[in-house]
Ligand binder design. Structure first.
Ligand code: ZN
Length: 512
């Protein structure tokens, strides 16, 4: 039996690629947290050099020679000699390295540089266009980016839809054909549920979340919750940034950020819990496998499942607040002394259709994703022209959320993804939501008295379960294999829909 020891020469090279990537990640983290504003251009050049080096090192002739000696390029699978098969970890490692290697090699380095340059220019243009509420200002840049992404689909190849090639970048194996039925089911149940909630007479008031909450105390509370979740501050840290994120240089150094608004309590806490979920995943990866796919997160959808599980299934649940609400009241006696736990629970779960995903409640969140999925797909399949995007956007907002953005700045120009070239990224957010509930329901079956443990503040029982079931495996399994292995079923929208119908049925007293 051949083991990972045989692959040591390859693993040593992969570690060097990872060292370059980790250095680049550290520069990016610094850019988002402490870098002075004037450092932007130099930092972009430094990042481009490091990313170029990492790319060249991965697609080098040395790596190709090592891989082709062990892998059949036609199938992408490890070659077995009779009587001398590979063990499972080696087989998984070879499969995943081949995926990375062959994808990286399909993209000419001239193309990668062009795309990088256009996206960095487009981000500036987008910022200005949004400031001026002018889609026309962004239109030429967006045309260029869409053309480049189409070029990319031709390099990468696809079977049915060119959008599949882009989806696969973020969520290996995801296709239009697989996502469409999931999203159709979601839409068919979420839109009527939203309508019933909006027509309900149950009054849910969240004004109490918009009082003044001391920012230092908000961060203190965020740290307290992160610690209870099992986030290890000896191997991590919490900082502030405009857009909360998690970054990892190694399982021993995983950093999270949050943002604080004095008059909006939810932002800081739920960013801490969300990023903490991402952070636990990265801290829970196998250190021995650092630098190889076996020590890397499986996909963006699975990563997002970890953050959404903690943020929503735990952080917006009654059991969680049975433990943490009295602590929060002690920190903010003036604001919360007279607020009953039930009123607080209702406030943090209030449903209110909004113009942008990042402000969305659990019920309307996926509607933002479906809108983006449909528009991006039509765009990449050539069924909608770039100049028609604002109208298409507003039509779908009306259909799904009953809102029409008053300006393009709040509509089609609302976020950074397209200027970054991140087309095909959004569906991973919806997949994260579906995986999160399916995994959480399984945790409730596997861990006796899970909700009592959570209500007592013992959150690490859940962290340990996730470590065992999800984190430690890295990319050993595909997402489909992992979810079947852990829950016994393929990905399904049912657990997620049942969870929402129960939660909001009760909160808004929908009956029946
Ligand atoms: Zn996230």
């Amino acid at each position: 039996m051949k083991t990972l020891a045989t692959l040591e020469p390859l693993i040593a090279r992969l570690r060097e690629v990872q060292h370059l990537n980790s250095a680049a990640s550290l520069l990016s983290w610094d850019q988002e947290t402490y870098m002075p504003a004037g450092g932007g251009q130099a930092r972009a050049d430094q990042l481009a050099t490091l990313q170029g080096l990492a790319h060249d090192k991965l697609v080098s002739p040395e790596v190709e020679a090592l891989l082709t000696q062990w892998i059949d390029p036609a199938t992408g699978q490890a070659r077995d000699q009779p009587g001398d098969a590979w063990d499972e970890p080696s087989r998984a490692l070879l499969r995943e390295v081949w995926r990375d290697f062959s994808r990286a090699r399909k993209l000419p380095s001239d193309f990668v540089k062009r795309l990088g340059r256009e996206c960095s220019l487009a981000q500036q243009v987008w910022t200005e266009a949004r400031g001026q509420n002018s889609f026309a200002r962004f239109l030429p840049s967006l045309r260029t980016i869409v053309a480049l992404k189409l070029e990319e689909t031709r390099y990468l190849g696809y079977r049915d839809s060119p959008y599949d090639a882009l989806l696969d970048t973020y969520e290996p194996g995801a296709t239009v054909a697989a996502l469409t039925p999931l999203f159709t089911t979601l839409k068919a149940r979420l839109v009527p549920l939203l309508n019933r909630v909006m027509e309900s007479r149950a009054a849910v008031d969240d004004a109490l979340l918009f009082q003044a909450y001391d920012p230092t105390r908000q961060v203190e509370f965020g740290k307290l919750v992160l610690t209870a979740m099992g986030y290890d501050f000896d191997r991590g840290r919490l900082d502030l940034s405009a857009h909360p994120f998690t970054t990892s240089f190694h399982p021993t150094d995983v950093r999270v950020t949050t943002r604080v608004y004095e008059k909006e309590f939810s932002a800081c806490l739920f960013s801490c819990v969300h990023e903490g979920g991402h952070g636990l995943y990265d801290q829970g990866l196998d250190q021995e496998r650092y630098g190889t796919p076996l020590g890397e997160a499986l996909s963006l959808g699975i990563h997002e499942s970890q953050s959404r599980l903690w943020e929503n299934c735990v952080g917006r649940s009654r059991p969680f607040w049975r433990c943490f609400y009295p602590l929060l009241q002690q920190l903010f006696p003036e604001q919360l002394k007279a607020v009953e736990p039930d009123r607080f629970y209702a406030a943090i779960n209030r449903v209110k259709p909004s113009l942008i995903r990042v402000e969305a409640d659990e019920l309307t969140y996926n509607l933002h994703i479906m809108l983006r999925f449909e528009i991006e797909r039509e765009l990449i399949e050539g069924r909608i022209a770039v100049e028609d995007l604002p109208a298409a956007w507003n039509d779908k907002m009306r259909d799904y959320l009953g809102l029409v953005p008053p300006t393009d700045a709040e509509g089609v120009l609302q976020d950074v993804h397209w200027s970054l070239g991140a087309i095909g990224y959004f569906p991973t957010y919806a997949l994260g939501n579906l995986y999160s509930v399916q995994l959480y329901e399984q945790a409730r079956r596997d861990i006796q008295g899970l909700e009592e443990e959570i209500a007592a503040g013992r959150l690490t029982v859940l962290k340990k379960w996730l470590n065992q079931k999800v984190h430690r495996w890295g990319r050993t399994f595909t997402a489909d294999h992992l979810i079947r292995r852990v829950t016994g079923s393929p990905l399904s929208p049912e657990p997620f829909l049942a969870y929402l119908e129960k939660k909001y049925g009760e909160l808004y007293r929908l009956g029946g």
